[in-house]
Design a protein around this ligand. Structure first.
Ligand code: SF4
Ligand code: SF4
Length: 400
């Protein structure tokens, strides 16, 4: 059996497990996949998090991708990182850099099991700060400088490719090189607040072609989290990595309150497999959830069935289809052959599914509202009420 066939039918443990420790965040990025901002008061306690780590160790999950929100604003964040690494669960964590002081960078550099990913969505302050907020470019660059100064080896510069920064790929690479970091670029999905701005920010067809060529030219030098496999349809050469939606098969998300979703970009009841508190722990959810069993069974290819590029592209990203209101067995909204264009045009504005909850700072939601989009977005006048209470300031008790 080929490796990809094993992946299609699922594994005993996820190989790409994302754990969002908190929805609290000091920033309000307009494309935040988890609509983060305010802490959910029901988030897992320190002891509950340690119990999850114990399970991951028993399942032989070798590392976990920790994100948020901004995970480092959780007061017990460093304690949990130490607990995980002491239990042989490596940690790759994403940060906007707010707590990466010189001292913290030196502590991180001393660990063999921690990998830091600093987010930056513009190679220049104007492009970055338009998406991530004023001052966020300087924060990220300071963090990268502190990590480089400390001699930290495993640093990634993490970029979500948008229409505004797609022309800056060489500049991002230069920033990464200058700081001894590896460049990781990923795809913008219409998840969380990303649904509000996807129409304006997702790369154009021409930019997708340039991105494909650029990635091919750079090969394994650039990490992508295998997120651009829909570009393989531009062929004939496939991009490095897997061309498979791994949701519920090898990928999943544990959210701050212990809900387990099929993918970090699919935070919606439709993709909710269980909860580590109420469904008997993470192992039970991963191995016994009916949703995951369904995702691991053979899928239909629907309208993509007759496409000559299907073997290369596999119909693209499930989350991107879902949050743009497209059928899951049809083409990706960014299908490079334009095969989703008609279906997208027929989606009634405001009718695409919305994420399970909104944790945005109220001002952030207001700020993202004027962006004129037609797909996957509430009508501009409709009030957006958070469905979960999450009013605590992310910086309450903040100490660098
Ligand atoms: S839903 Fe999209 S982002 Fe999630 S695993 Fe599938 S292809 Fe990747
Ligand atoms: S029609 Fe489907 S398989 Fe073909 S390129 Fe588009 S998304 Fe990929």
């Amino acid at each position: 059996m080929r490796l990809v066939d094993h992946f299609e039918t699922g594994l005993d443990a996820p190989i790409c497990l994302t754990w969002e420790l908190t929805y609290a965040c000091n920033l309000s990025c307009v494309h935040c996949l988890s609509s983060s901002g305010r802490r959910d008061p029901r988030e897992l306690t320190t002891e509950e998090c340690k119990a999850v780590i114990d399970e991951l160790q028993r399942m032989q999950v070798f590392y976990v991708n920790i994100g948020g929100g901004e995970p480092t604003v959780r007061p017990d964040f460093w304690e949990l990182v130490e607990y995980a690494t002491a239990h042989r669960v490596g940690v790759k964590f994403s940060t906007n850099g707010v707590r990466i002081t010189p001292e913290r960078a030196r502590m991180l550099a001393a660990s063999d099991y921690v990998d830091v990913q600093v987010s930056l969505d513009g190679a220049t302050a104007d492009v970055n700060d338009a998406v991530r907020g004023p001052g966020s470019y300087d924060t990220a660059m300071t963090a990268l400088g502190n990590l480089a100064e400390a001699g930290m080896r495993d640093v990634k510069l993490s970029v979500v490719v948008t229409r505004q920064n797609a022309g800056q790929l060489d500049a991002f690479k230069a920033i990464a090189d200058r700081h001894g970091a590896q460049l990781r670029i990923t795809r913008l999905r219409p998840s969380g607040r990303g649904a509000d701005v996807w129409q304006e920010l997702h790369p154009t067809a021409e930019q997708q072609r340039q991105l494909y060529d650029w990635l091919l030219a750079h090969g394994d030098d650039i990490l992508t989290g295998d997120s651009f496999f829909h570009l393989n349809a531009l062929g004939p050469t496939p991009l490095p990595g897997l061309n498979l939606c791994g949701a519920g098969r090898v990928v999943c998300l544990i959210d701050p309150v212990g809900d387990v979703y099929a993918c970090p970009f699919a935070i919606h009841d439709e993709f909710l497999a269980g909860n580590v508190r109420s469904t008997g722990g993470f192992t039970t959810v991963w191995r016994e959830s009916p949703l995951f069993a369904e995702l691991r069974s053979p899928q239909t290819s629907g309208a993509c069935r007759s496409c000559s590029a299907f073997d290369a592209c596999r119909g693209g990203c499930m989350a991107a289809k879902f949050f743009t209101g497209l059928p899951l067995d049809g083409p990706d909204p960014e299908c490079v052959k334009g095969n989703a264009d008609l279906a997208l045009a027929s989606v009634t504005p405001g009718s695409a599914p919305r994420p399970a909850a909104d944790h945005s700072h109220r001002s952030a939601r207001a700020a993202s509202r004027p962006v004129p989009v037609t797909i996957g977005r509430r009508p501009p006048t409709e009030p957006v009420a958070p469905s979960r209470a999450c009013d605590t300031s992310p910086l309450a008790g903040f100490r660098p």
